[in-house]
Design a protein around this ligand. Structure first.
Ligand code: BES
Ligand code: MN
Ligand code: ZN
Length: 486
């Protein structure tokens, strides 16, 4: 969808639909020149509950062909977050109506730029459909194509337009991450992801892509990563995307995303229920693709490297077996007590590999532990790290864009849980503190730089009727990177 900034007299806006937000507890404060509002509210059908909509066809005194009343909920509870929810309601309503274009009046509370960003993100989420694999597509007869974002008095129209442009690029990054994630495992293989990276590299002049094949990984000594792909017929790939938007002396941020295109558990096979959802085990990798695309699109003045170790985890005659001991790129030996704890095995070699880029800091993103869902549910991603300032900056970025995280401790006290009688470390402990012990495992490979780890097991996709990828934590990562590129 296209978004544009709009200003001027409301009466003169030529649009098929003017969307007017109404506060539940202060309807008249919402919008002055709407004479029939009192009568409408008196009828009692439209109560301005958040997200409620009411189309009006009589629009005396204004050029707009329709008005869509949009409930904003209580005024004192209003925020960019509640506004997002309302905007989704408005878009859903318009998708079943005739207008292909509309103008949304931004409410008087909050910063117009923040509200515009929230509106763009919410609208893109509301119109998202993944139907590339359907031959019968249920799309709206009159899909919305253009949304104006109206502010009466724009203090700085350039900045406002820039905010819209940024939000659209970030929303496109989210869309890209969702598309990659929703694609099934038979189509989205490590080879497919590598092709996607090459495609991105062709699209942007300052993005260089290289793919390490299994033979090169073998020569380097990535024994942990390669032990995972042994159980699969699809060759593993280590995808490296280097975006050069900053000065050549600027140290890069490195993002490492888990790219398990299907996780059956290996010989420690998972139960059948919901196993299809393990196609989403590459959502961390997909978020790296989304962020790289958004940064390149916006020409952000930073250096950013995306590393996506990609493999399948399947049981085969040649697969990793419980008790096997493998040697990682770092030289540390790992006893594979459970082949289903494969994410940390591919990540640890990618994290060691990241050292060669002399990073400013490294953030890994992974659907790493079911335990993270037990601890935090589907609301917050788990955050851990070895640098308090970095952890805090990420946490604040998540809060600012409603992509929340919660910090868990990486205390030494838990280290004993991963002790092995036979190797330097075991890849699993017992059931206790599963998310923390996974983080602690990774921390053994990140001693050379400032590092943070995002466990997105509970936030990267939704199950049930609304099954689908969320594109998280692309918004968080973009907020973090943009904050640190100024
Ligand atoms: N990809 C899974 C984690 C996962 C499971 C994410 C369910 C989202 C939903 C990961 O590879 C895994 O299997 N982890 C194991 C670790 C355990 C063996 C220590 C888990 O969480 O059960
Ligand atoms: Mn697993
Ligand atoms: Zn996994």
């Amino acid at each position: 969808m296209e978004y544009l900034s709009q200003t001027g007299a409301i009466e003169t806006l030529d649009t098929a639909c003017l969307i007017i937000g109404i506060y539940q507890d202060a309807p008249s404060a919402s919008f002055g020149p709407l004479p029939m509002l009192g009568d409408i509210l008196q009828k009692g059908d439209f109560t301005a509950k958040n997200g409620q909509t009411q189309l009006l066809y009589e629009t005396p005194g204004i050029n707009a062909a329709r008005i869509l009343l949009l409930g904003l909920g209580k005024r004192e509870a209003f925020s960019a977050k509640t506004f997002s929810k309302a905007v989704k309601g408005a878009i859903q309503c318009l998708q079943t109506a005739k207008p292909t274009e509309a103008v949304l009046l931004l409410p008087d509370l909050g910063q117009p730029m923040d509200l515009a960003r929230a509106a763009v993100m919410a609208a893109e989420d509301a119109v998202y459909q993944f139907d590339v694999c359907k031959t019968e597509v249920e799309s709206p007869d009159h899909p919305l194509e253009k949304l104006g974002l109206y502010v009466a008095n724009l203090a700085d129209s350039k900045a406002f337009e820039q905010a819209i442009r940024q939000a659209k690029a970030i929303a496109d990054g989210v869309r890209y991450a969702k598309d990659l994630s929703n694609l099934p495992g038979n189509l989205c293989t490590p080879t497919y992801l590598a092709e996607q990276a090459n495609e991105l590299g062709r699209r942007y002049a300052n993005l260089d892509v290289s793919i390490l094949e299994e033979a090169e990984m073998e020569a380097l000594g990535m024994g942990a990563l390669l032990s995972v792909s042994r159980g699969s017929r699809q060759p593993a790939k280590l995808i490296v995307m280097q975006y050069r938007g900053g000065q050549s002396a600027d140290k890069p941020t490195v993002l490492v995303g888990k790219g398990l295109t299907f996780d059956a558990g290996g010989i420690s096979l998972k139960p059948a229920a919901k196993m299809d959802e393990m196609k989403y085990d590459m959502c961390g990798g997909a978020s790296v693709f989304g962020v790289i695309q958004a940064c390149a699109e916006l020409d952000l003045p930073i250096n950013l490297i995306g590393i996506v170790p990609s493999s399948e985890n399947l049981p085969d005659g040649d697969a990793n077996k419980p008790g096997d001991i493998v040697t990682s790129l770092s030289g540390q030996t790992i006893e594979v007590l459970n082949t289903d704890a494969e994410g940390r095995l591919i990540l640890c070699d990618a994290l060691t590999y990241a050292e060669r880029f002399k990073p400013e800091w490294v953030i890994d993103i992974a659907t790493l532990t079911g335990a993270c869902i037990v601890a935090l549910g589907h609301h917050a991603s788990g955050l851990m790290g070895n640098d308090d300032a970095l952890v805090q900056a990420i946490s604040q970025a998540g809060e600012a864009v409603d992509d929340p995280v919660w910090t868990l401790p990486l205390w030494d006290d838990y280290t004993e849980i991963l002790r092995s009688n036979f190797a330097d470390v075991a890849n699993v402990g017992d059931r206790a503190a599963g998310t923390i012990t996974a983080g602690l495992f990774l921390s053994r490979f990140t001693k050379g730089y400032r590092w943070a780890h995002l466990d997105i097991a509970g936030t990267a996709w939704k199950s049930g009727k609304a099954k689908g990828a969320t594109g998280r934590p692309v918004p968080l990562l973009m907020a973090f990177l943009m904050q640190h590129s100024q």
